[in-house]
Design a protein around this ligand. Structure first.
Ligand code: ADP
Ligand code: MG
Length: 233
């Protein structure tokens, strides 16, 4: 591969503040970064440096005060809230540290939900295929509380990839899991990324996980401090 593909995610001089009044915090202070299509990027940095905020900005869940956020060729600032929700549902899969499953829905229903919202004709059979693909064929009718942490994260991953998004973002997806379970979850995320040809942004404080990515971006106090390209075997 000699030519670089068009960027999947492009940020130019992004500033973002959250909170009100005296609690208002200027979190992102001029972030510019461009992530190539199909690339895996590890986003690292100290706690409180703005990793989650940056990830949610890339995922269209936070809007910047100023600056450009372009995802899959779309300027997110040009979309209204409804347009942004539709765009996210189609193009962006999100995995959180604490899983964020709907507790009153079974595994099958959780995975089917985004497919139904996107008007997928066969949401339930597609959800079942995705659950089998993450090794949960025997857990379709379980509720989140009846699943282990690792199993809940598998459901959340199945839900994130079910609409076949071009972009997959994961915020410390192993943060609530023991080391062996966490490693299996990361292997699963990378396997699915390769299988679907998605662009991945993985927030982690674990440098051995970041090292699995082609590239590392380090954030400190809301600015990008360093970037490194990994030699991928
Ligand atoms: P990281 O994920 O790197 O730990 P975050 O993006 O979660 O960092 O947060 C960066 C900074 O912004 C922290 O100092 C945090 O306290 C602050 N922050 C995050 N969310 C809010 C919010 N909704 N209101 C005010 N401050 C916030
Ligand atoms: Mg965070």
């Amino acid at each position: 591969m000699s030519e670089k593909a068009a960027p999947a995610i492009e940020l130019q001089d992004v500033h973002l503040s959250l909170g009100r009044g005296a609690a208002r915090v200027h979190i992102l202070k001029g972030v510019s970064v461009s992530l190539a299509d199909g690339e895996a990027t590890g986003l690292v940095g100290p706690s409180g440096s703005g990793k989650s905020t940056l990830l949610m900005t890339m995922a269209g869940l936070e809007r910047p005060d100023s600056g450009l956020v372009k995802v899959a060729g779309q300027d997110l600032g040009a979309l209204d809230e409804d347009g942004l929700a539709v765009f996210r549902g189609k193009h962006i899969g999100i995995v959180f540290q604490s899983f964020h499953l709907v507790p009153t829905m079974t595994a099958r229903e959780n995975v089917a939900l985004p497919l139904e919202l996107a008007g997928h004709p066969d949401a339930f059979s597609r959800a079942e295929a995705e659950l089998r693909n993450v090794g949960l064929g025997q857990r379709m009718d379980h509720y989140p509380a009846q699943l282990s942490g690792g199993e809940q994260q598998r459901v959340a991953i199945a839900r994130a990839v079910a609409p076949d998004p071009a972009i997959l973002v994961a915020d410390e997806p192993t943060g609530n899991l023991d080391e062996a379970t966490g490693r299996a979850i990361v292997d699963l995320i990378f396997a699915l990324k390769r299988e679907r040809g998605a662009t991945l942004v993985l927030v982690t404080h674990d440098l051995s996980l970041a090292a699995l990515c082609e590239r590392t971006v380090r954030l400190r106090s809301g600015v990008i401090e360093a970037e490194a390209e990994m030699a991928v075997a």
